[in-house]
Ligand binder design. Structure first.
Ligand SMILES: [Zn+2]
Length: 180
């Protein structure tokens, strides 16, 4: 996997959650979060409708859970219309992201409506495990932009292209059964 995060517009949405541009002083936890993601310490990342779950192996294992509101029916219908206009079999490249945005669909979860929890005892919000999960999810989106749509409530049949092989469960079997 690439060491770079947020190489597409889809991934950048989530990288921005970890690294908001409005922050004047860089979060000292960020380099550590990136390092956790880069060293594949974010395991069992699973993205389904409205929910992302992951296990982050830091000094011990921590369970991260992020919920994102799904689009209501009018928004879903709008998204389907935009996607139907895309070339059949085409990739979900940055221009599709732009087209959705222009139609008024926000792919990036609004911090106000998102909930994110981690079972660690850190009082920092977000903790380094949450940050690492954002970064890792950004990388997953760079590879599979469809996950951004599935997260918002679209089904596999709504998205053009490889509709039969959407990796909803991104469980990494090798690490899932590994020792802590
Ligand atoms: Zn944590």
């Amino acid at each position: 996997m690439s060491d770079e995060f947020g190489t597409t517009a889809w991934g950048r949405d989530w990288l921005r959650l970890a690294e908001p541009t409005s922050i004047i002083r860089p979060d000292p936890a960020l380099p550590r979060a990136r390092s956790l993601a880069r060293n594949d310490r974010v395991h069992d990342l699973d993205a389904t409708t409205g929910l992302i779950e992951a296990t982050v192996r830091d000094r011990s294992r921590h369970r991260v859970r992020i919920t994102v509101p799904i689009w209501d029916e009018p928004l879903l219908a709008k998204a389907r219309t935009v996607l139907a206009d895309q070339p059949v079999g085409g990739d979900l490249n940055d221009s599709v992201h732009t087209a959705l945005k222009q139609a008024g669909l926000t792919l990036a979860p609004d911090p106000a409506t998102r909930t994110a929890t981690c079972d660690c005892t850190s009082r920092k919000d977000p903790c380094v495990h949450l940050l690492a999960t954002y970064v890792e999810f950004a990388r997953r989106l760079d590879e599979r932009p469809r996950l951004a749509l599935v997260l918002r409530g679209l089904t596999t049949s709504d998205t053009p292209g490889e509709i039969t092989r959407i990796p909803l469960g991104l469980v990494e079997v090798a690490t899932f059964y590994g020792t802590p």
